[in-house]
Design a binder for this molecule. Structure first.
Ligand code: SF4
Length: 134
């Protein structure tokens, strides 16, 4: 059931996506905490006149804080109700619903479908995955 929950209508698997990588976000949070505890910002300011790249510390810190905002614990199936997961206006989602399918992997038009192919979903691995889900 978990695999189905995290498989979007087009066949993309949420857990393969960067925003779903919980370990990555935990490590970034730990790094920011450690940096704060160690006073790295003060050190960078103090040493920047001798070590030029330390002037970039605020940029690096902000980058990590912004990446944390990408974190997603939802799933493609929750998207329409929760604001998480897939786009609400996804053409593929609408098409799958209109055809009363669970996903594109059940669709006989998949090999010639433009919306489906424009998402770059015709890779060998994706096709193999979808074949296995039938
Ligand atoms: S027509 Fe295309 S987008 Fe619609 S269900 Fe079939 S493969 Fe998916």
């Amino acid at each position: 059931m978990d695999n189905r929950k995290y498989t979007a209508y087009c066949g993309l698997y949420c857990r393969d996506c960067i925003p779903s990588n919980q370990r990555l976000f935990e490590l970034i949070e730990a790094l920011l905490r450690e940096s704060e505890d160690a006073g790295l910002a003060h050190y960078a300011t103090y040493k920047a006149n001798k070590i030029a790249f330390l002037n970039e510390f605020p940029v690096a810190e902000r980058f990590l804080q912004e990446v944390l905002k990408l974190r997603c614990s939802g799933s493609g199936l929750e998207g329409p109700e929760s604001e998480l997961g897939c786009m609400k206006d996804c053409a593929i989602r609408r098409c799958v619903a209109a055809r009363d399918l669970e996903g594109c992997w059940q669709c006989s038009l998949r090999s010639t479908c433009e919306p489906y192919s424009s998402r770059g979903l015709h890779s060998t691995a994706r096709t193999a995955l979808m074949g296995a889900m039938k």
